[in-house]
Ligand binder design. Structure first.
Ligand code: A3P
Length: 292
């Protein structure tokens, strides 16, 4: 309804000038709204629209990962699990279509509905390194790259897309303790270590539990293999195609697949950085029962 949309546009225009500003990692600066750092155009405007007009249904599925904590991977796993009786593994859509097209972002496809919520999170040290390398690839060529020192400072201050990291993680962690049937909290590291166990848990949570017959036929293994870094990152679609998120945001699919390892932060972060980041994580998550 155009009246309602206009109202949200007005709210956006009135709110925006009064929000705290932080340095952007690509070009657009970030603004702090209700505690979190967002890009004004791509994120805040849409968030306001969602807050004002979006009515979730009981059957909706949301994936609420912190950027660079494994969104692409979990999108593929959820898509493959939910649709496993619809497609064969030999001609699966994931072999020819990027995970972000199979499982679109909320802002890109508000009409497509799934259910419940997931949260996928990851050691903040790996998130920082992954994000720093990723966003430098997205920066226009005529701008100098963001240095690791600068990225580190911004990340520690919480100024990063959808940050602070710790507030994001804690919100969903607490939510998952309060309503475990509605929020499933997953860690990248657990998914790496025991993919079969986690995917079975995913099936249960989604309401698509794997039957004994499926288990003995190796369906869980097939899904894990289909969505593995080794498989997805070598597919033509993920090597050469680009993903159009909006008019102005087009990203090469290959940027979503870098290394896919736990602990790659060791290659980049200094001892001082590690100590400071670990200290922040320890203090922020203290008493929550959550550890990375
Ligand atoms: P690295 O940069 O550490 O390699 P997001 O999808 O949220 O943007 O997260 C991107 C991170 O997930 C990148 O981490 C990427 O390599 C990793 N990743 C992508 N697909 C993966 C997969 N199938 N299995 C494991 N990790 C994956």
């Amino acid at each position: 309804d155009s009246d309602l949309i206009q109202k949200t546009d007005e709210r956006y225009r009135e709110t925006l000038p009064n929000l705290p500003k932080g340095k952007g990692w690509i070009t657009e600066h970030l603004v702090q709204y209700q505690g979190f750092w967002l890009t004004p155009n791509a994120a805040l405007k849409i968030l306001m629209w969602v807050q004002d007009h979006f009515k979730p249904r009981p059957t909706d599925i949301f994936l609420a990962s912190f950027p660079k904590s494994g969104t692409t991977w979990l999108k593929a796993l959820i898509f493959a699990t939910v649709n496993r009786t619809r497609y064969g593994f030999a001609d699966h859509p994931l072999l020819t279509t990027g995970p972000h097209d199979c499982f679109p972002f909320l802002d890109a496809h508000l009409q497509e509905k799934d259910r419940s919520r997931f949260d996928l999170d990851r050691d903040p040290k790996d998130v920082l390194v992954s994000k720093w390398l990723f966003l430098n690839k997205l920066r226009p060529k005529d701008l100098p790259p963001i240095s690791l020192e600068e990225a580190f400072e911004l990340f520690c201050q919480g100024i990063s897309h959808y940050g602070p990291f710790w507030d994001h993680v804690l919100g969903y962690w607490e939510g998952s303790l309060e309503t475990p049937e509605k929020i499933l909290f997953l860690k990248y590291e657990d998914l790496k270590k025991e993919p079969l166990v986690v995917v079975k848990r995913l099936g249960d949570f989604l309401g698509y539990p794997f039957s004994l017959e499926e288990e003995s036929k190796g369906v869980v293994e097939e899904i894990v293999k289909l969505c593995s870094f080794e498989n997805l990152s070598t597919l033509e679609v993920n090597k050469v195609s680009e993903q159009k998120f909006s008019k102005d945001t087009i990203i090469d699919n290959r940027h979503f697949f870098r290394k896919g390892k736990v602990g790659d932060w060791k290659t980049y972060l200094t001892t001082e950085m590690v100590e400071r980041l670990d200290e922040i994580t320890y203090e922020k998550l203290l008493g929550s029962g959550l550890v990375f």
